[in-house]
Design a protein around this ligand. Structure first.
Ligand SMILES: Cc1ncc(COP(=O)(O)O)c(C=O)c1O
Length: 354
């Protein structure tokens, strides 16, 4: 009976499966690409201070945070919208721009929320295969039709950690019609070492229909606070304020994010640890002769060539939680977040036993 109440578009949607969070002390979680150093200390300080004002509704437009971001990114505050995590911005994009039947181009085997948003709003999913486990931007270009409304790209990609270059993006943008939106999810962009990545903000400033998504969840260590943002030209951002829930970003998130942006010591430590952790993990994986992708993010995609789910269970017994990529469509690959030196070593010793 109740089934009849559900919108047909929602009926087949599976629930999101998050990385497992340990309950026991001492277990190392390397499953959700969280910051191994905890939250930014400056953010914690600001949150404690702001907690005294929790009886008051937050600023509906996150004005101070948007100003701080605008200054950092050298764009106008009108070009920024904040959300309860960047996944909130994806949903706001859907509710503002997607009509039933609109075509949305998404890569296969990638972060699942683009597909989720498309399905919630009854869009038509157009899937593009990965090429050598990397986003195939030429494949995206050939998937464009007159009905294309939205294109979701991830740079660096989750779960493979790979990136596309400015040249590849430029070539795709030449094929994108003016009535389509290109959403570039840059959740891990702060970790990238390569210098030839697209400057999405340049496209925003040129007036193209590009929306960049960023988050405080990873680099700034604030995944539990839920704060992300979108950057696009003001004409695209303005209508999104009509469809978002009025108080989608709470007071603590607004105050914490502003402080985190300024936490140079924490972000430098985070970046350096990631660079060093990658080097260590590459060397150890090479010794083991395992196949992996060089990453521009804070996680590594490893092709184990044996059951990822079994590996997950075996490693969990040794106190290390990794992400089996079965739900991403890779039944024999895992994704492991770069942790602290000690966490990385614990992962490698668990892997050795495996
Ligand atoms: C590619 C990608 N985009 C977005 C998110 C979600 O970020 P947020 O915590 O800001 O909602 C994640 C989280 O894992 C992600 O991997």
């Amino acid at each position: 009976m109740d089934d009849e109440l559900i919108r047909p578009a929602v009926k087949g949607i599976p629930e999101y499966i998050p990385g497992k969070t340990p309950k026991e002390p001492g277990v190392v979680k390397l499953a959700s690409n969280e910051n191994p150093f905890g939250p930014s200390p400056k953010a914690l300080e600001a949150i404690a201070k702001e907690a005294k004002n929790l009886q008051i509704y937050p600023d509906q437009k996150s004005l101070l945070l948007r100003e701080a971001l605008a200054k950092k990114l050298n764009v106008s505050g009108d070009c920024i919208i904040c959300g309860n995590g960047s996944d909130d911005i994806m949903q706001i994009l859907g509710s503002t721009y997607l009509n039933p039947g609109d075509e949305v181009i998404v890569s296969k085997n990638t972060f699942s929320l683009y597909e989720l948003v498309t399905r919630i709003f009854d869009g038509k999913l157009v899937l593009v295969n990965l090429k050598d486990n990397e986003l195939d931007l030429a494949g995206f270009a050939t998937a464009i039709t007159p009905k294309t409304k939205m294109i979701f790209l991830t740079n660096p990609n989750n779960p493979t950690g790979t990136v596309f270059s400015a040249a590849e993006f430029d070539a795709l943008m030449k094929k994108v019609p003016d009535n389509a939106l290109v959403v570039v999810d840059e959740a891990y962009i702060e970790f990238a070492e390569r210098k030839d990545l697209p400057d999405t903000i340049k496209y925003v400033k040129e007036g193209r229909n590009v929306v960049a998504l960023r988050t405080f969840s990873k680099f700034y260590g604030l995944a539990g606070l839920r704060i992300g943002y979108g950057i696009a030209k003001a004409e695209l951002i303005k209508p999104m304020f009509r469809t978002k829930m009025p108080f989608n970003v709470n007071r603590l998130a607004q105050a914490g994010a502003i402080a985190a942006l300024d936490d140079k010591e924490f972000t430098e430590k985070t970046y350096k640890n990631n660079v060093e952790g990658k080097k260590y993990l590459y060397a150890e994986l090479d010794k083991l002769g395992l196949e992996y992708k060089k990453t521009e993010a804070n996680f590594i995609f490893i092709n184990l060539k044996k059951s990822a789910d079994e590996c997950f269970i075996t490693m969990m017994k040794q106190g290390v939680i990794i992400r089996p990529l079965t739900s991403f469509g890779f039944s024999q690959a895992i994704r492991v977040s770069v942790g602290t030196k000690e966490q990385n070593e614990k992962f490698i010793s668990a892997l050795l036993k495996l």
